[in-house]
Design a protein around this ligand. Structure first.
Ligand code: GLC
Length: 538
């Protein structure tokens, strides 16, 4: 399969659209999105100008964690379709110029995966159990968990089984962690990579990529000790080097994209050395509140960390794990402008939309690749009032109900019409998560052709980005509340995060703005503008 012979480095500045298959489009009318729905909507993504699509997991799964509990890495959940359909989807997308990125989940499997079922059926000390982390408990009768680790979803990451042993799951109980010290585990995942690369996947997104390896003996976590027993361990790099060799062995090299939550930007960049991953999500940028100093620091830190390893930065405002952009930026309390999920935090929707529009122009103008989560182009808000009975996310349940969980950003996409299911599914079908009653104005159909809509802003911005923006990044002089920068090709971007209007630099000819400029030509608060630099002294 010819992926893109003319641009082997496509990933360096790609615009990548994230599809959450359950919520994108329902082709067979069962209320859950599927491959048929996605295939029918590929022209929408092609027309918007995306270079690639990353699909959240589509494998058979008991859905205890939205599909990140994988029971079989080599097939498609029947609710979504078949492997044959996935192959067709990959080929059809490619015909439209869109590459496919598949999500792989190496840290854990579903408790329904044959390996784990076999491990449960096998005795203590058996080779089947060696593929996971089974251990004896502490305390007189082994009644205490083997160590003091905390689950990423809250609570204890150990579950005790009938014969008294405990098994490790850094996420939900139904997601047992694999033992990456075992050669079979490595071999299996190398084969899974090849399986999808052979089917035309242009790359993989690696789930929880910083957590795979654990300190031998699984010692308790101790404050002040330099190496963490399961986060960002040095032996991970060896795994990614072997994966890179596989990706590079294809005539058209495949791409490795890491989901790595490591706050230290230098440690983060180590994963992006030339013989490891190609790119990784920039969560530092996503985690910053809407404040000029914060975003400037993130941009500087990001570019400085990536430069020595020669990797492109990525820019991410949202994904299926965090609060939708228009909602978080509309929160008065800046602590909640980060991804944090929060019940009942006061939000100014109009302000959030204004800022999200400005943030779109900011992130699309920065050097590197861009990830956009489905629905961001429609300015969808987080759905914060889902009926409790409809919530599915284990994060909600494991928090004892104090955390609303991530369902609010996973609500099915509104395509058309005045009422649910808004063209997501055939009329009369109830989507797997209920859509709000006030989404009629947010549908793709309603926004198409409306020059003031979020969709048309993204469409135009993606077009200009593709045709016009490139080259080195450099800051232009600006007030502290303002971000102003240029790219080497004479393109400029100005974002006003302050309360007062600001003037455009002299010799700037506006190309696109996130909101109307004032009559005197100044840029209002919470607005961004792209411009052509006509004055060569800038
Ligand atoms: C990643 C995924 C998230 C999932 C977790 C466990 O963070 O993005 O959705 O719950 O890994 O697989």
């Amino acid at each position: 399969m010819v992926l893109q012979p003319d641009r082997p480095d496509w990933w360096r500045d790609a615009a990548i659209y994230q599809v959450y298959p359950r919520s994108f489009a329902d082709g067979n009318g069962d209320g859950t999105g599927d491959l048929a729905g996605i295939r029918a909507r590929l022209p929408y993504l092609a027309e918007l100008g995306f270079d690639a699509v990353w699909f959240n997991p589509w494998y058979p799964s008991p859905l205890k964690d939205g599909g990140y509990d994988v029971a079989d890495y080599r097939s498609i959940d029947p609710v979504f379709g078949t492997l044959e359909e996935a192959e067709k989807l990959i080929a059809e997308a490619l015909d439209l110029g869109i590459r496919t990125v598949v999500d792989i989940v190496p840290n854990h499997v579903s408790s329904e995966h044959p390996w784990f079922r076999a491990a449960l059926a096998a005795p203590v000390g058996s080779p089947e159990r060696e593929l996971f982390h089974f251990a004896e408990g502490r305390g007189e009768n082994g009644e205490l968990p083997p160590n003091n680790w905390k689950s990423e979803f809250g609570g204890c990451p150990w579950t005790r089984i009938a014969d008294g042993q405990w098994y490790l799951h850094l996420f939900a109980t139904e997601q047992p962690d694999l033992n990456w010290a075992h050669p079979l585990v490595r071999q299996e995942h190398e084969e899974i990579l090849r399986f999808w690369f052979d089917r035309g996947a242009a790359g993989v997104r690696i789930d929880s990529a910083g957590l795979l390896t654990k300190e031998p003996g699984l010692p308790s976590f101790e404050l002040g000790v330099d190496t963490h027993p399961f986060v960002d361990r040095d032996d991970l790099h060896d795994i990614y080097r072997s994966w890179r060799a596989i990706a590079d062995s294809y005539e058209q090299p495949r791409v490795l994209i890491g989901e790595i939550w490591v706050p230290d930007t230098e440690r983060f960049a180590r994963y992006l050395r030339p013989d490891e991953l190609h790119t990784a999500f920039n969560f530092d940028f996503l985690a910053r509140p809407w404040a000029a100093a914060e975003l400037r620091a993130s941009i500087d830190g990001t570019l400085a960390a990536h430069a020595p390893v020669g990797a492109p930065a990525t820019w991410v405002l949202c994904n299926h794990d965090v609060t939708r952009t228009v909602t978080r930026y509309g929160r008065a309390d800046t602590r909640f402008q980060f991804s944090a999920k929060a019940f009942g935090t006061p939000t100014d929707r109009a302000l959030g939309v204004r800022r999200a529009r400005a943030a779109a122009l900011l992130s699309l103008a920065l050097p590197g690749s861009l990830y956009m989560y489905q629905g961001e182009e429609l300015g969808l808000p987080e759905v914060e009032d889902l009926p409790l009975s409809t919530l599915q996310d284990p994060m909600h349940f494991r928090s004892g109900g104090t955390d609303p969980g991530r369902d609010g950003c996973r609500v099915p996409i509104p395509w058309s019409g005045d009422a649910a299911p808004y063209g997501f599914a055939p009329e009369g079908v109830e989507p797997w998560l209920p859509q709000p009653e006030d989404w009629a104005a947010l549908t793709v159909a309603a926004q198409t052709g409306d020059p003031d809509s979020m969709l048309e802003l993204y469409r135009e911005a993606l077009r200009i980005r593709r045709e016009r923006i490139g080259g080195e990044f450099g800051w232009l002089p600006a007030d502290p509340e303002v971000l102003s920068f240029r790219r080497a090709d004479g393109f400029g971007c100005l974002v006003n995060l302050g309360a007062e209007p600001v003037a455009l630099p002299g010799g700037a000819a506006p190309l696109l703005a996130s909101g109307p400029l004032a009559e005197d030509g100044t840029l209002p608060a919470d607005t961004a503008v792209w411009f052509e630099i006509l004055d060569t002294r800038l």
